[in-house]
Write a protein that binds this ligand. Structure first.
Ligand SMILES: Cc1ncc(COP(=O)(O)O)c(C=O)c1O
Length: 395
């Protein structure tokens, strides 16, 4: 039988990047004691208060059909939150609720780009972005992010890759996998570039509430003169330890939302009112769990740097936000994949190979910071031991 070409474009872009993780899970299922530093799930359960809110909403009959934009309560709560955070009025007609950042980005790209267009995207990048772009038929144009520049996108690197077919700049701040946070001046420069080349700016800000102390978050939504070309996507998955609720949204120009609405209606026919009610509560007050995660994750990043930076040929790149830390293993001469597979086999530690996040992270590892301190410390000891063995050093 014949299948649509999108299935070919997405072939190999799903599970292949997670092969080490899948292998670790198989080993664990067979009884092995693996320390898993692969995926980034919050290290606390969804706060009871939000589970109760969703359950109470269900019990009170909030289980009917909704609408394609989102329930009025959560839309109003998000409009208030973004107006306050971004320092300018954001109306309800500028918000659309969708199931998680992932679906939101899918729908945004569907709304903004066509086959033949080009999407500029930092490399390394979050592992699903390649597929998100590929589903549209647009061409992904990787823009290298350099460790010496803190992995923050530079206008000169964009300028070398922009063409008349460039349509959209996909930003992610705070960034996964590098933990980089774009500064206000970066955003200003990137915004000016986008204006000159008439590009949309789509900014994935799912880690907004997980910025480490000493760094200030900035968004392209902060700049009123970019308002017509900026769309921000986010969710409660990370900030409220609630990824399974699949509750996300985007904020953009009213016309953009009006264009996205029929797409949302066609895809979803609305989402769940009880999740909308829980989300309205969640986004109306400071997260009860984000600050704790920031404390623990920044502390563990420091622990890993202390244990591994300059040890057995390894270098650690400290994150400014989020749930991950990067380790440069290029001195071993191995790819991230080969290092990660050997580490899993010999030391029972599972990490993500940098290659899963683009060519720009070949020869690196991404470690999640979500395991307890003692497990994280033990994993670091084993990583140092593995690297020392590869280099022929005594561990
Ligand atoms: C950068 C980035 N964007 C989006 C997502 C997916 O978020 P959501 O659960 O809101 O779909 C993740 C999850 O890890 C992520 O790291």
């Amino acid at each position: 039988m014949r299948y649509a070409s999108v299935t070919d474009r997405l072939h190999g872009l799903g599970g292949a990047k997670w092969a080490v993780h899948a292998k670790a899970r198989a080993l664990k299922a067979a009884g092995a004691e693996v320390i898993e530093l692969t995926i980034g799930e919050p290290d606390v359960p969804t706060p009871e208060r939000f589970i109760q809110a969703a359950a109470a909403a269900m019990a009170s009959g909030r289980t009917g059909y909704s609408n394609g934009r989102g329930e009025a309560g959560v839309v109003a709560a998000l409009a208030a939150r973004y107006s306050e955070r971004r320092g300018r009025a954001i109306g309800a007609d500028q918000i659309m609720c969708l199931p998680g950042t992932q679906t939101t980005l899918y729908a945004i790209l569907r709304t903004l780009v066509d086959a033949g267009d080009e999407v500029l995207i930092g490399d390394p990048m979050y592992a699903t972005y390649e597929g998100l772009i590929a589903q549209t038929g647009a061409r992904m144009v990787p823009v290298p992010l350099h460790p010496e520049q803190g992995f923050r996108m530079q206008v000169a690197d964009l300028a070398a890759r922009v063409t008349p077919r460039s349509r959209l700049l996909l930003l992610n701040t705070p960034h996964n996998p590098t933990g980089a946070v774009l500064r206000a001046e970066d955003i200003r420069a990137l915004g000016e570039f986008a204006r000159q080349h008439d590009l949309w700016i789509v900014s994935d800000e799912v880690y907004e509430d997980m910025v480490f102390p000493g760094v200030a978050f900035a968004s392209p939504l902060d700049l009123p003169d970019l308002a017509e070309r900026v769309v921000v996507a986010s969710s409660i998955s990370k900030s409220h330890a609630a990824p399974g609720f699949r509750s996300g949204w985007c904020v953009g120009p009213a016309e953009f939302c009006a264009r996205l609405l029929p797409l949302s209606e066609t895809m979803l026919f609305g989402s769940q009112p009880f999740i909308a009610d829980m989300t309205a509560l969640a986004v109306s007050e400071p997260s009860p769990v984000a600050a704790g995660m920031v404390d623990r994750f920044s502390h563990r990043a420091g622990m890993i740097a202390k244990a591994l930076d300059g040890v057995a040929g390894l270098r650690v790149h400290l994150p400014e936000a989020g749930m991950f830390v990067l380790v440069d293993i290029r001195a071993t001469g191995l790819s991230g994949t080969d290092f990660a597979l050997g580490l899993l086999e010999r030391q029972q530690v599972a990490v993500m190979p940098g290659e899963s996040f683009g060519d720009g992270l070949a020869g690196w590892l991404r470690l999640s910071l979500t395991q307890p301190d003692d497990r994280t410390a033990e994993a670091a000891t084993r990583i140092a031991r593995h690297s020392a063995t590869l280099l022929g050093h005594a561990a």
